[in-house]
Design a protein around this ligand. Structure first.
Ligand SMILES: NC(=O)c1ccc[n+]([C@@H]2O[C@H](COP(=O)([O-])OP(=O)(O)OC[C@H]3O[C@@H](n4cnc5c(N)ncnc54)[C@H](OP(=O)(O)O)[C@@H]3O)[C@@H](O)[C@H]2O)c1
Length: 328
């Protein structure tokens, strides 16, 4: 007989309340798999995007093809998770039953449930006891995105970087990781978040409700846009001669423009999905243990209130990550 677990399921695209807790078949690990009992997960901006089918301009059709044309193909959202290994397949050697782990299922999702089965060679790292499950689960989404874009944009110590949307999950990770890398960080956020950004390592803060950073006369070696309102045409004048524009949130026209800009100017546009690498998650775990990276947590919800967690993410106002606990 199939065992059941509780899962947060959505059967149609729509607002936060399309997600409901239901009984769902508990996954059974194959020889190369690890079964994780969930202790904490997050609701991310990716969950909002996929659940509501709100794709960046030009990606509507691609989004439907990827996630389901008329209804979601993967009815369980969630990509960041922390929990305990409760079963492993016969061929698994890198983790053992009883290990606490942090993992990132990325575009495969499926973390909003009591159990998540993953391949042992996926993005899974042991969670040191010094890290709480709540902190561990919030490491991956913003942190791996920041590391990947900084690598592709070749951010170097001593450079000036401006981060637009600095108070979000990706932006707040970027502020910390850029400061750790020795860059001089300008955070663009609303006034209410200015102090928090300074505490994370921003040397300068621009309140976007009062000042247009693109018209303020300062120039930057790197501009990272997580908001989607800083196309090349808006920011080219404030990039230094070899400046890079990291379009974490890019429209299709902007992505198509990137190769042309990269060939015809000294500027470089970096766009596209961030890589999901186990080494990056390991780096973030190590940095979190010794205090060099602390994911910003907006709020915590219990699993039975996960629709409210979705609603908080939908507001577009969250500061860092929305964490979900008390899952099992
Ligand atoms: N390319 C990739 O692989 C990749 C990976 C991850 C995420 N993403 C994309 O990156 C985007 C950001 O993700 P996220 O999780 O960081 O978002 P998020 O946490 O939902 O962002 C919310 C934050 O954005 C701030 N914000 C809203 N409007 C702003 C504006 N005009 N200027 C500056 N800040 C503003 C809000 O601050 P206030 O309340 O103060 O306005 C809030 O703190 C999403 O669209 C996501 O889809 C792409």
């Amino acid at each position: 007989m199939t065992s059941l677990m509780k899962a947060a399921v959505y059967r149609q695209y729509g607002p936060a309340d399309v997600v409901t807790i239901q009984n769902w078949p508990k996954p059974v690990p194959g020889p190369n798999d690890v079964l994780i009992r969930m202790r904490a997960c997050t609701v991310s901006s990716a969950d909002w995007r996929i659940r509501s089918c709100s794709m960046p301009c030009g990606f509507g059709v691609a989004g439907r093809l990827a996630f389901g044309i008329t209804a979601p193909r993967q009815p369980i959202l969630g990509s960041e998770l922390a929990g305990d290994v409760v079963e492993i397949g016969a061929a698994v050697r890198n983790v053992a039953v009883g290990d606490a782990v942090v993992a990132f299922s990325g575009a495969k999702l499926g973390a909003h449930a009591e159990y998540r089965c993953m391949r042992a060679d996926a993005v899974i790292v042991r969670k040191p006891p010094a890290l709480s499950y709540e902190t561990a689960t919030a490491l991956a989404f913003g942190g791996t995105t920041a590391l990947d874009f900084f690598r592709r944009g070749a951010l170097r110590a001593g450079e000036r970087i401006l981060i637009n949307g600095a108070s979000g999950a990706v932006g707040s990770a970027m502020v910390q990781l850029a400061a750790q890398a020795g860059a001089e960080v300008t955070a663009v956020c609303s006034g209410a978040n200015a102090e928090a950004m300074q505490q994370l390592g921003a040397a300068h803060v621009v309140d976007y409700t009062r000042v247009d950073f693109a018209g303020a006369g300062n120039r930057y070696d790197v501009i990272a846009d997580t908001v989607g309102n800083s196309p090349y045409s808006r920011v080219r004048q404030v990039l230094t001669s070899h400046g890079r524009l990291l379009l974490v949130l890019a429209t299709l026209p902007e992505m198509l423009r990137a190769p042309w800009v990269n060939i015809t100017s000294r500027h470089r546009l970096v766009a596209g999905p961030a890589a999901e690498r186990v080494d990056d998650l390991r780096t973030l775990v190590d940095m979190a243990v010794d205090g060099r990276f602390t994911p910003l947590i907006d709020s915590c919800f219990t699993f039975d209130k996960i629709a409210a967690a979705h609603a908080r993410v939908d507001s577009g106002r969250k500061r860092g990550s929305v964490v979900v606990t008390d899952i099992c």
